[in-house]
Design a protein around this ligand. Structure first.
Ligand code: SAH
Length: 348
């Protein structure tokens, strides 16, 4: 695979343009084109000779929309093809205020959570910063968005992969996506979700990019959490909570816990009570999700009524909590499900 030009910051592009023997102002033209989601070959402002130099070294289109699935609720699910033929997925949710795009950070995942389809085939490879960014640039352009008038207004790092397991590329992406003069999505409008890689949570707090931090908790007990999330063997819930508090101290951002309700695993009244004991008084919010059942995994969700009962117990205990509306369930809404389905179809 060639290099990815969208990995570069504007300053790095300026240096590159100099290296390639072009005048400095060309960097601005190139950057504007890229931030508009254009392929190198489609940027009309730059000369043919310069394009040829770039195309000898860089991918013309690092992320291509391969298929779009529309849900009856307005959610869209994307299958993207990378330059090396790998497939990743993303989701776009439309709201009154704008659009939220869910992006992937890895091809596959090595965390192997019991309920999640992303880890079914392990980790294939990390995405580069530019491959993460290009998912957004491409979809923003599809809706006629520009950096000045964005169609994609919010971003969540909740697609396939564990963002903090691909730390350097993820942080580079966050710097580039929030940079002035680029597509410039504010850190406040970006949420990063992690399964709880504690040392990296501390590092992230120091980066000066105050994105919303979301942690996949899924259980109030270390022992039970280990059953559904192998990563729980490496870091305890107490360590995760400390890292969250540090994140709050450093960034002033309230943190969020994701909690997918699984029948017979983490959704009894006792779990709700334990969660209240664990989180009461902390500057956090709990996002309940009803499990999206993955056919390769032997786990079931709970009914909507039971989920509301669980929510009621958290609220009664004084926690800030919501039950997330199940979106795009008819189009393989959960992480990795669409890609897993696609890979399986190809096998047949
Ligand atoms: N690796 C990161 C990013 C994934 S974010 C993380 O673990 O946080 C996606 C969220 O959806 C996570 O909270 C994940 O645990 C959850 N999830 C994955 N598969 C799911 C499923 N089948 N049903 C419900 N939630 C699921």
């Amino acid at each position: 695979m060639k290099e990815i030009l969208q990995d570069y910051s504007f300053t790095e592009l300026q240096a590159l343009v100099g290296e390639l023997g072009e005048q400095k102002y060309r960097a601005g033209q190139l950057y504007r084109g890229l931030m508009r989601g254009k392929r190198i070959s489609d940027i009309t402002e730059i000369s043919k000779a310069f394009k040829e130099k770039l195309l000898a070294r860089f991918e013309d289109e690092p992320v291509r929309i391969r298929e779009v699935f529309a849900s009856s609720d307005g959610t869209e699910k994307y299958l993207f093809e990378l330059a090396d033929g790998n497939i990743i997925e993303g989701v776009l949710m439309s709201y009154k205020y704008g659009r939220t795009q869910c992006v992937s950070t890895q091809v596959g995942c090595r965390m192997n959570c019991a309920f999640c389809a992303s880890g079914l085939n392990g980790l294939i490879r990390n995405l580069t910063a530019g491959e993460i960014l290009s998912q957004i640039l491409t979809v923003n352009a599809k809706f006629g968005g520009t950096p000045e008038k964005r169609a994609v207004t919010n971003v969540v790092l909740m697609g396939s992969g564990e963002p903090l397991d691909n730390y350097e590329n993820t942080v580079r992406f966050l710097k580039n996506v929030t940079a002035e003069g680029g597509i410039c999505i504010s850190a406040r409008n970006i949420s990063l979700s992690t399964c709880g890689l504690v040392p990296k949570m501390y590092e992230l707090a120091q980066e000066g990019i105050p994105v919303n931090l979301t942690v996949s908790l899924h259980s109030p007990s270390d022992e039970e959490r280990q059953r559904i999330m192998p990563v729980a063997k490496a870091y305890t819930i107490a360590e995760i909570l400390k890292a969250c508090e540090n994140y709050f101290d450093k960034t002033g951002r309230r943190y969020i816990f994701e909690y997918s309700l699984i029948a017979g695993e983490n959704s009894d009244a006792k779990h709700a009570q334990m969660l209240v004991g664990l989180l009461r008084g902390k500057p956090c919010h709990v996002n309940l999700i009803r499990l999206n059942e993955v056919k390769e995994k032997n786990l079931s969700g709970i009914s909507e009524k039971e989920a509301y009962r669980f929510l009621g117990l958290l609220e009664k205990g004084g926690l800030s909590a919501t039950l997330r509306r199940q979106i795009g369930a008819d189009i393989g809404g959960a992480c990795g499900q669409l890609r897993a389905g696609y890979l399986e179809e190809k096998k047949d």
